[in-house]
Design a protein around this ligand. Structure first.
Ligand code: NGS
Length: 280
């Protein structure tokens, strides 16, 4: 006799949520972390998890641009796996690392993370996430509403106040459809700053709004780090942002995969790309 198994959708708001969270700043070894989460993730699962007893309502790829922040990564993984599982979504964590030698380009790394993640699964939602930010309230749901959401609007280091209205850096959730529509991030911002403002401009130019959770939910804890030196080109680039968005982004992205490993707690992708040195 054929058996029909009916599985229902997971609740949009999971009963496992508890509200305000504390951040564990004890740095654990990768071995201890893998051991802690071994019942949820297989050895090569790439940090990909989904609920067993219900159908998740969102499929979310967490894309983390990364270089040289080993302690942050360990704190981040510990916090995020606990946090995300409780939300009963399907998710995976992608760590996109840039090789040394060229200036850090956060935006290219996020574009690459997007391109690589869609090869693995039919993700419908992307959360672009700095490794040094962890959410302090689990009612901060990691899914994609209709409009892009700036998630990290209240960060401890800014006194839990939004620094400026159009800020879209730190942690941002955007649907696959809208990320494609705005042509992803610009690939031109090498060094610190501006790439997130450029992205905000793209979003607004496409008649999309930037939405946010209420202040008491969108609270993030920033892990301590030295501030990077701001890039000198960022203001010139921002001035031409409107002219570039159609030709500078997902459709012009070029990169090389140096290594790709599906580890237990995350998918690790080491990448390189050309750094255009301008001779004046
Ligand atoms: C702005 C930067 C953004 C940056 C934001 C917050 O000034 O890229 O500060 O930075 N824009 C420009 O430099 C044009 S934070 O202090 O959080 O690292 O995201």
């Amino acid at each position: 006799m054929c058996q029909i198994i009916l599985t229902s959708f997971c609740p949009f708001i999971s009963s496992h949520l508890s509200g305000k969270l504390s951040v564990d700043e004890n740095v654990q070894t990768y071995r201890d972390l893998e051991e802690k989460y071994s019942s949820f993730f297989g050895p090569e699962s790439g940090g990909h998890w989904k609920p067993k007893d219900c159908l998740p309502q969102s499929k979310v790829a967490i894309i983390v641009p990364y270089r040289d922040r080993d302690v942050h990564l360990r704190l981040f993984l510990n916090h995020m796996h606990e946090f995300l599982r409780k939300q009963l979504i399907e998710y995976a964590i992608y760590i996109i690392e840039e090789v040394p030698m060229i200036p850090f380009n956060r935006a290219i790394l996020m574009n690459i993370g997007y391109k690589e993640a869609i090869k693995d699964n039919d993700w419908d939602c992307f959360v672009f996430h700095d490794v040094d930010l962890v959410p302090e309230d689990d009612r901060n749901l990691y899914h994609c509403p209709y409009y892009p959401r700036h998630m990290s609007s209240n960060v401890n280091t800014f006194g839990y106040v939004l620094p400026y209205k159009e800020i879209l850096g730190g942690v941002t959730a955007i649907s696959k459809e809208h990320f494609e529509k705005v042509n992803g991030f610009s690939n031109s911002y090498f060094g610190w700053g501006g790439e997130d403002d450029d992205f905000a401009e793209r979003v607004l130019l496409h008649n999309l709004k930037i939405i946010r959770y209420p202040d008491y939910i969108s609270r993030y804890f920033m892990l301590a780090h030295k501030k990077d030196v701001p890039s000198k080109q960022r203001f010139n680039l921002l001035e031409s942002a409107k002219k570039r968005f159609k030709t500078d982004g997902l459709n012009s992205l070029q990169y090389r995969i140096e290594s790709k490993v599906y580890q237990r707690l995350f998918s690790w992708i080491l990448v390189s790309f050309d750094y255009p040195i301008k001779i004046d």
